[in-house]
Design a binder for this molecule. Structure first.
Ligand code: IMP
Ligand code: MG
Length: 186
């Protein structure tokens, strides 16, 4: 485990800094490859798969994941926003960018960084489900298991996460720390 006492991420002039590594880069790497193998064998090889990354938080997870999936697929993105600069959800999920790719009749795999309150997923499941995908599945790197009314349960979860605010490997706090190669708690 790298020490959190030095590194370029701590040279930023921010008040809140990561305190503890929760998932190392090595642990994430091997888990991502396990999930990719499961996804590869889950979908019929000759059917159309669209991997839809929820920006911005999933960008690193998605890029590692799709490179480890061994079958044809297309990639597009969707942008939603529920958090402002804080660490608690606002409950007001806005769809800021809609995928350009057609959804109807395709297997859609939504890739999310973390499921917290579930507001984002519930909103997206509704919006995407209305467009008649052949199937709609969710793959989340982290799942806090706090949501009580999820309308789309993740079929693949990287790690069952502690109920803490996590940063790194795509996850941010007020846009800081997305580039950390591991997941840490604040
Ligand atoms: P939900 O709508 O409450 O499930 O929140 C989903 C979104 O909030 C995620 O896609 C993240 O962008 C953000 N989020 C939730 N928990 C965390 C966290 O612990 N760290 C960083 N971002 C988080
Ligand atoms: Mg975020």
């Amino acid at each position: 485990m790298p020490e959190l006492t030095e590194g370029h991420w701590l040279t930023q002039a921010v008040e809140t800094e990561p305190k503890r590594i929760v998932y190392s880069a090595e642990a994430i790497h091997s888990r991502v490859h396990e999930i990719a193998r499961e996804i590869t064998s889950y979908y019929p090889p000759d059917e159309d798969l669209l991997v839809l990354g929820l920006l911005k938080g999933s960008f690193i997870f998605l890029s590692d994941l799709v490179r480890a999936i061994n079958r044809p697929l297309h990639v597009d993105f969707i942008v939603a926003s529920s958090y402002g600069a804080g660490t608690t959800t606002s409950g007001n999920v806005k769809l800021l960018y809609d995928p350009m790719a057609p959804i109807a009749g395709r297997h859609v795999l939504l890739v999310e960084d973390i499921v917290d309150s579930g507001n984002t997923i519930n909103r997206l499941a509704e919006a995407l489900g209305n467009r008649d995908p052949a199937s709609l599945e969710l793959c989340a790197l982290l799942h806090k298991h706090l949501a009580t009314d999820l309308t789309l349960e993740p079929r693949w979860v990287g790690f069952d996460a502690p109920p803490e605010f996590l940063v790194g490997y795509g996850l941010d706090h007020a846009e800081d720390f997305r580039h950390l190669p591991f997941v840490a708690s604040l």
